[in-house]
Design a protein around this ligand. Structure first.
Ligand code: PMP
Length: 432
């Protein structure tokens, strides 16, 4: 007998740890491009893309076809035992696409956190140094090293320490939060003076646009100065493009907007259009330094996910995903700026390409984040058939991660549901 959302929820509460959160208590039956249907047949427009995983839409026919063809051949000989050519082919495609002019090499893993962990391992073995600098508000995964790099305590780090040492956090430059580029750079110099010598630092890891942290984009000039500091001290610059990559911002990788060449790029999520796969792509001079057996994993570079990723890489050009991101970003910015006129809860509308967010505050005051209205909006939108995701160091940001393949009609219908949901939550907001 088919089960309702509520029945699944009851079984979930008994059977599954509460440590994994759910945005909505909606159980999926079917998904296609930017639409989802739940087990009760209710229709949703998906503005979350499975947390930035299906930039090419749910079940893109080309991705599904590629996976189906792979399933006919083999699913897991294990690359470390008997390799397969598709791993090499994908490595070649990624080496071509990454914004690094020197020769590059690729390592394939499974999750974003693993890509980050391996980027750090490679930076350490290549430099013979151990120190790592990351940024406050950054998110790099839920493994212990990923958590150590992540610059947000709740809900990620509290109670899970101690974390690996040798990691220092600098403030991420963010005008809206009152942190200027020069303050951030001065704090970095402060770390070099007080905590770790720059020649003991293996890597600086940064999201060119912070994802979980709130969709704040680092200014190009900041990334350029970071590049100069890394080059001066022989530090490996790692761009974590796990959320911002694969055309989300209108470039294949967000760091391309700054013209900066990182040394290593981490990628996952939309790399494989809904299948688990991650990659570390970096200068060959670094990647080649790891000893055989030092990197890898049983499932790393699954042939099924690789088949999906090869289809995704082809779609970047075939479906002009970067242009579509620009176009979708424009639709969103225009509509959201209009909404900001009507709803004083919207303190800022910002975006790079289709990586767009609204910051919800009390009466337009940036210093008063409104987490309660943000949470209420996600729930109300769910009731109105729109899947929204929140984020932000202060928990008061709604981020838009709509499949880049979504039609204008679907995006506009989603925005209508958003504005109607905003009206409900703003009108029912308790008076302060
Ligand atoms: N880095 C960034 C920038 C991310 O956004 C995420 C996931 N939200 C991760 C790393 C970790 O990826 P995963 O959840 O696949 O381990």
């Amino acid at each position: 007998m088919s089960q309702t959302n509520q029945q699944w929820q009851q079984r979930r509460e008994t059977a599954v740890t509460a440590g994994v959160g759910n945005s909505l208590q909606v159980y999926v039956a079917k998904a296609l491009n930017a639409e989802i249907w739940d087990v009760e047949g209710k229709h949703y427009i998906d503005f979350a893309s499975g947390i930035a995983v299906v930039n090419t839409g749910h079940n893109h026919p080309k991705v599904i076809q590629a996976v189906a063809a792979q399933l006919e051949c083999f699913t897991h000989p294990c690359f470390q035992v008997t390799p397969y050519g598709s791993y090499i082919e994908l490595a070649e495609r990624l080496n071509e696409r990454v914004p690094i002019s020197d020769p590059t090499q690729t390592l394939l893993m499974t999750t974003g956190a693993e890509a980050v962990e391996n980027a750090i391992k490679i930076a350490r073995i290549a430099t013979g140094r151990s120190g790592i600098i990351a940024f406050r508000g950054g998110f790099h995964g839920r493994t212990l090293l990923g958590m150590a790099l992540t610059g947000k305590v709740q809900p990620y780090k509290k109670g899970y320490g101690p974390f690996p040492g040798g990691i220092f956090h600098a403030p991420y430059p963010c005008g809206y939060l009152g942190i200027s580029e020069s303050q951030s750079l001065a704090a970095l110099q402060g770390i070099f003076a007080a905590d770790v010598s720059p020649d003991d630092v293996a890597a600086i890891i940064i999201e060119p646009v912070q994802g979980e942290g709130g969709f704040y984009a680092a200014p190009a000039s900041f990334l350029q100065q970071l590049r100069a500091i890394c080059s001066e001290h022989g530090i490996v610059l790692i761009a974590d493009e796990i959320q911002s990559g694969f055309c989300r911002t209108g470039k294949t990788f967000a760091i391309e907007h700054s013209g900066v060449e990182p040394d290593i790029v981490t990628m996952a999520k939309s790399l494989a259009g809904g299948f688990p796969l991650s990659a570390v792509v970096g200068r060959k001079s670094l990647m080649a330094r790891a000893q055989a057996g030092g990197l890898g994993g049983t499932y790393a570079g699954s042939p099924v996910s690789i088949a999906a990723a090869l289809a995704v890489v082809q779609l970047i050009d075939d479906e002009q995903l970067n242009q579509r991101a620009e176009q979708q970003g424009e639709w969103l910015m225009v509509a959201l700026r209009q909404m900001a006129e009507e709803f004083d809860a919207i303190g800022e509308v910002r975006g790079v390409g289709a990586m767009v967010a609204i910051e919800l505050v009390e009466a337009g005051d940036a210093s008063k984040p409104d987490k309660a209205i943000t949470q209420a909006l996600v729930q109300e939108a769910g009731r109105q058939g729109l899947i929204l995701l929140s984020c932000g160091v202060r928990g008061n940001v709604i981020r838009f991660l709509i499949p880049l393949t979504a039609s204008k009609e679907i995006v506009m219908e989603g925005l209508k549901r958003l504005s109607s949901s905003l009206r409900v939550v703003q009108n029912t907001r308790p008076a302060k």
